[in-house]
Design a protein around this ligand. Structure first.
Ligand SMILES: C[S@@+](CC[C@H](N)C(=O)[O-])C[C@H]1O[C@@H](n2cnc3c(N)ncnc32)[C@H](O)[C@@H]1O
Length: 212
């Protein structure tokens, strides 16, 4: 554990720093929200920004805004024309998150929508060239199926937490719906020939998918 923490500290000391704004948001998330570990944080945030710079998407979809940390990092990487649509099902999150998004330098690039992405996104009249799936682990297959219908050919999906603290390696109790959600998702996409996929073992596992 100590070794893992040391490596994490080493990585953070050798990559780009977060902006002061993101540092403050992360601190506010830790102090005022339940389950702050859900926020992407420094390393994943820098990586998401870099992925956006590499892919240069026009429209990004995010499922699961929470405090807005990952949304702001992805928006940071967007070009002039790029836009991010981020969905949060928990309306109690709005009072915390909206001021952080609207007070940022990227407010004009972000649509922050309160509601269930599974219901709202299919009704939207746009397609996406990048998506970040980070909602309820029980519904990853549903998110994936929905996103595939809205994703341009050559578009990318990033699915977070796909190693779920190693729980993918065991047979969890049937009551552990989140672990089963992730395990079923990993099995489901493993044989899907419409996509290329790799699992990056960083943090809690990040699956990168490309629609052929
Ligand atoms: C892990 S957190 C997101 C963290 C954030 N993406 C980040 O990295 O900073 C997951 C969030 O997804 C939200 N969520 C769950 N199901 C959802 C759905 N169907 N549509 C939109 N948001 C959902 C939860 O309420 C929760 O706030």
């Amino acid at each position: 554990m100590k070794e893992t923490d040391d490596i994490e500290d080493y990585i953070l000391a050798h990559i780009d720093t977060e902006s002061e704004y993101l540092k403050k948001l992360y601190r506010d998330t830790c102090v005022n929200l339940l389950r702050p570990r859900m926020a992407s944080g420094h390393l994943q945030g820098r990586m998401l920004k870099m992925f956006v710079e590499m892919i240069r998407p026009h429209n990004i979809l995010e499922i699961g805004t929470y405090s807005g940390y990952s949304a702001l990092c992805m928006a940071e990487g967007l070009g002039e024309e790029g836009h991010l649509y981020t969905f949060e099902i928990n309306d109690e999150q709005e009072d915390f998150t909206r001021p952080w998004i609207e007070g940022s330098s990227y407010a004009a690039k972000i649509d922050f929508v309160i509601g269930d992405a599974l219901i709202l996104v299919p009704k939207m009249d746009i397609t996406f060239d990048m998506a970040f799936i980070d909602g309820d682990k029980r519904y990853y297959i549903e998110y994936f199926d929905m996103v595939m219908k809205k994703l341009d050919r050559g578009g990318y999906i990033f699915a977070d937490n796909t190693l779920w603290d190693g729980h993918v390696l065991i047979s969890p109790p049937q009551s552990d719906k989140q672990s089963w959600g992730i395990k079923r998702f990993n099995d489901y996409i493993a044989t899907d020939s419409r996509i290329e996929k790799v699992i990056l073992p960083m943090r809690d596992g990040l699956t990168v998918i490309r629609k052929l």
